[in-house]
Design a protein around this ligand. Structure first.
Ligand code: THU
Length: 135
């Protein structure tokens, strides 16, 4: 868990520095706040076997789950992309798993230039698979 009073965007900017992205050179940091107020950071971690890379958003949400926090409230993602990048489809699906009400989860994407885009998770993954259909 990351503690302290820095806001979520500042945590995402700090996490970007921790990215391991020697192959794509696209460094991404993420910070999430859970509904219990706990905050967690993540960064993308790539591998020489390219397909094993994992995104910043997923390292953050997995850290939260491993700490026992399973209800997502907010997400901030930082990359150097201009305009700020929107989260990949795999991350949208994984974030959805921990969002009982995706209309209430704000996802913000920023870059170090101060540009900013935001959505709700429901906008990013409308009608997503939630497991309701599973036996
Ligand atoms: N990446 C993220 O960390 N988050 C996203 O939402 C999109 C992509 C990472 C994965 C890979 O390490 C690099 O960016 C290029 O795709």
């Amino acid at each position: 868990m990351t503690s302290g009073t820095k806001d979520l965007d500042a945590l995402a900017i700090a996490a970007q520095q921790l990215a391991h992205a020697p192959y794509s050179k696209f460094h991404v940091g993420a910070a999430i706040e859970m509904s219990n107020g706990q905050r967690f950071s993540g960064a993308n971690i790539e591998n020489a076997s390219y397909g094993l890379a994992i995104c910043a958003e997923r390292t953050a949400i997995f850290a939260a789950v491993l700490a026992g926090a399973k209800q997502l409230a907010q997400v901030s993602v930082c990359s150097d992309s201009s305009p700020p990048a929107s989260p990949c489809g795999a991350c949208r699906q994984v974030l959805l798993e921990f969002s009982p009400d995706p209309t209430a989860v704000t996802v913000v994407s920023i870059n170090p230039k101060g540009e900013r885009r935001s959505w709700t998770l429901a906008q990013l993954i409308p009608d997503g698979f939630t497991g309701k259909e599973l036996p």
